[in-house]
Write a protein that binds this ligand. Sequence first.
Ligand code: ADP
Ligand code: MG
Length: 645
Amino acid sequence: MTHPLIELHDVTRYYGAGDTEVRALDGVSLTIEPSEFVAIVGQSGSGKSTLMNILGCLDRPTGGSYRVRGQDVSALDPDELAAMRRQTFGFIFQRYNLLASVSASENVELPAVYAGLSLQERRDKAAELLERLGLGERIDHKPGQLSGGQQQRVAVARALVNDAEVILADEPTGALDSGSSAELLNLLESLHESGRTIILITHDLNVAQRAKRVIEIHDGKIISDSGVSPHKAEGADGYRYTRKGPSPIVQVIESVKMAFRSLRANLFRTALTLLGVVIGVAAVVAMLAIGQGSQKEVMARFESMGANLLFVRPGAPGTRMRGDAIATLTLDDARALKELDNVLAVVPSRSGSATFRIGNNDYRSSVEGVSEDWTIAQNRGLKYGSFFTAEDSERRVGVVVLGTTTAGNLFDNVEGAVGQYVFLGGAPFEVAGILEERGASSWGQDQDDVALVPITTGMMRIFGQNYLSSITIAVDDTDKIADTETEATNLLLARHGVEDFQLRNTASILESVQQTQNSFSILLGSVASISLLVGGIGVMNIMLVSVSERTREIGVRMATGARRSDILTQFVVEALVVGGLGGIAGVLIGVGVCFILMQVGMTIAITPTPAILAFASALATGLVFGLLPARKASRLDPVAALASE
Ligand code: ADP
Ligand code: MG
């Protein structure tokens, strides 16, 4: 069977309740057939707009029933209502209600976006419509660059883009001069002639005369109806609506486009609000790179030493004084340690500085007194000559072993240096050998800038001290290093009677470095999360402001067929774009800071992980803090949103 296109039965719409109740519509029954041209007239406040909002499915009646092609509208959920608006109705408002930030063409395309048309289809359709309405030259103009009449024609094109069967026009000429009004009415008339149903609301009887049927409304009641124009009336088939909207991809692409537009419109405000996110992300990226850099440096230092070493330093645990100022470790301690099981080498050491002299050449550098075990503990051989022997140490012979840098500073020919004499602190030392080259260590120290003498000779001739600044023990079997450490501790305790030394192994030193590193990371993490939190509140703030500033835009989108999920997606994507931009800016600034620090010589390890994590948390911040404003936007009532300033 066929149904009327539009069928209202005893429809009421009350606002408020109790004493303040307003009966905007009070028992309206009305049937409109396809292809009618109806004018609804009445004084201001008589309920015309309320009626139109109900007809256009922007609002629901308080009572009575409303059917579109036989479909009871009260049975539809919000998404189905959106589909109904999109497919059946095209709205023209008194104040045009175009989106100010987008072009004429994009305004016309809006309902088609929500209908899921492709970009090309949309463009073509909008261009064709605007061309037909005489706006072919104005396709890319923004609403602000168009006259009122032109803006209203853009609105007409927008109402037509989805081939809506019913055009609902609420006081469409209200803001137009008489010339533009006449043009618009001609346009509506020709649309009627091409078969569309036009429902025109006006308080102007001259305008109403143009319609084929005039319905007068007063205080929410129909007081006269010129009746269905008989010639065109024909029934419509049962209504078929689809839930189909734009695909998620189209939704997201459109939302990203809109997000950039609205950000551009509020660049400064957005930038300021984003500072929190930017600082948080930059801090994470830069500080982690610095932290990892220093950790890497320390690790490399210990790795180059080997994992089989134990270090003994003078002074009770916790002492802050410099090791070589404390007189507790002696050569006899070193000799005793050498007798322990699993000990490969023991290197007592003390360093000081001395004047090197050859002929009239003076050169001041540091000298280290060590034992003949040094090559074993350091795992380092000789380039020329040989290292001094245990016998040399015993007899306190004046011999020195040089690194290539030191040798190069003293002699023209490094190889020929072996066997030559250098004066160190006034005493002659024979160059016994030249160490094999190591180059710069990972922390930048030249490992070839060394001069080694037997510690016994050094104590007598150079340092003027009989105490050691450290003893390095190399163990044979690394698995038993803990046992050896205990034995060494017990031995030294027995010898000294008190714990006036500190014994550590490479592993425990590494551990403490890592511990420092971890507490650094925790500190960093809390700084970062606080600034992300502050940034997130900022994001929420701009999004809430954005939603209230753009309430009308949201209303327009809903009237043109946006579903709640379309609006939700739009604002969530906007928040994500805000967070993402903050993340990118933060990463760039963080990396920039790293490069500057690298230029001034700091060890920095830039790795992708912190940057990715920080960026992801910026995005997450946007998402979490954008959800509430987006939800708020999607829950707006279309009528209220459209009425907002
Ligand atoms: P018209 O469009 O004919 O000027 P309206 O439909 O806008 O009239 O309003 C009809 C009546 O309902 C008026 O008395 C108006 O004050 C009232 N009204 C409209 N919208 C609301 C609302 N949101 N809340 C309360 N009263 C309203
Ligand atoms: Mg009105």
